[in-house]
Write a protein that binds this ligand. Structure first.
Ligand SMILES: Cc1cc2nc3c(=O)[nH]c(=O)nc-3n(C[C@H](O)[C@H](O)[C@H](O)COP(=O)(O)OP(=O)(O)OC[C@H]3O[C@@H](n4cnc5c(N)ncnc54)[C@H](O)[C@@H]3O)c2cc1C
Length: 319
């Protein structure tokens, strides 16, 4: 009989949403895969308000690892190191599930590094097929799905499948007091950027140019971006030509943007560029070629030369 199983690893300092989301994923995946699931909670005290309300009823084992350095849950190195102590010597074919979200993805990476496990990352599904775990990941802004078969003994994934069923906390956690000291957080040095424009990541409005523009075109785009409080971006050829810094490249080998609006000027719309734009983003395209591929995905398309359109647009914007 196969010994595959799911192990949820959850820092209690991350709150109830993280707890219930991770338990929810563990419950659903293990029920569909016909396997057991265990829970490892990480905290600084044997008493936690969250534990009694959590749905541990379908878990086969719940451990609460306690250490003073886990109080704020802000040090992924310490969290991963604590969990790794409980996970040492785990049998084959387990997948660790950590809370979905940016913090969880960082913890997943630390766990994978410390346990020599395979990082499956942000998954949309996890299933047991033909005696192996198969994870699905959404790529290219949701336009494609990757199926990853886990070949290593241990995988680490973030998965959001809804909250846990509140089955009551019938299973009391085994409390394990961890001794020694855990790794200290990395020291971060913050420096102020001299850039006057917002970074591409997290921007709500992105103004982007391609090979169809020249230096004058990018100067106009930069001014438009500044007036709209938008981020300036570019395609790979625009970066290669030195018209926009590589930190602002959008695409498969650049950044992924999930802005509300993406203004694409002089960009043809290749799959490599579109891979960097979320499916949810509204694309406004300006291109002189009515047959340009960008018009197939744009929500609004304008057939025009930037030399006419950009100065006219700038004139309309408050200085
Ligand atoms: C492994 C790999 C990774 C890659 N990664 C990326 C990536 O991350 N990002 C990326 O962007 N590309 C990437 N590429 C490159 C990609 O294949 C394309 O070459 C690139 O996206 C094309 O950029 P573009 O649209 O700016 O240029 P083009 O395809 O040359 O399009 C220029 C457009 O400008 C229009 N135009 C010209 N003059 C005007 C004018 N006066 N007014 C208005 N429109 C005008 C043209 O009609 C044309 O549609 C990658 C390629 C590979 C092989």
């Amino acid at each position: 009989m196969s010994e595959h199983r799911i192990i949820a690893v959850i820092p209690l300092a991350w709150g109830q949403d993280a707890l219930l989301a991770t338990l929810g994923a563990a419950q659903r995946v293990s029920a569909e895969a016909g396997c057991e699931h265990e829970v490892i909670l990480l905290g600084d005290s044997a008493e936690s308000d969250l534990v009694p309300g959590a749905g541990f009823s379908s878990a086969t084992r719940v451990q609460l690892l306690v250490h003073g350095q886990l109080a704020d849950g802000e040090n992924p190195l310490a969290l991963a190191s604590a969990a790794a102590q409980a996970l040492a010597g785990q049998g084959a074919q387990s997948v660790l599930l950590v809370p979905p979200g940016a913090e969880g993805e960082e913890l997943a990476a630390q766990l994978a590094a410390q346990l020599d496990a395979t990082l499956l990352g942000r998954c949309t599904q996890l299933s047991w097929e033909d005696d192996g775990w198969v994870a699905e990941r959404s790529v290219w802004g949701g336009r494609r799905t990757l199926s990853l078969r886990l070949n290593a003994a241990l995988g680490v994934a973030c998965l959001r499948l809804g909250k846990a069923d509140s089955g009551g906390g019938q299973l009391a956690p085994e409390v394990v007091e961890l001794g020694g000291s855990l790794p200290l957080p990395l020291e971060l040095e913050q420096t102020r950027s001299e850039q006057r424009l917002a970074p591409v990541q997290g921007a709500g409005l992105v103004v982007s140019g391609g090979r169809g523009l020249n230096e004058q075109g990018f100067a106009l785009l930069e001014e438009i971006a500044a007036r709209l409080d938008a981020a300036l971006a570019g395609s790979l050829p625009a970066v290669d030509a030195g018209m926009v810094p590589v930190a602002r490249q959008v695409g498969i080998s650049g950044h992924f943007v999930s802005a509300d609006i993406y203004l694409a000027v002089g960009i043809s719309g290749t799959p490599q560029h579109l891979a960097g734009i979320s499916n949810e983003t509204c694309i406004l395209a300006v291109n002189k070629d009515p047959a340009a591929d960008i018009f197939k995905v744009a929500n609004v398309g304008v057939v025009a030369e930037w030399e006419q359109l950009l100065p006219a647009l700038l004139e309309q914007l408050p200085g």
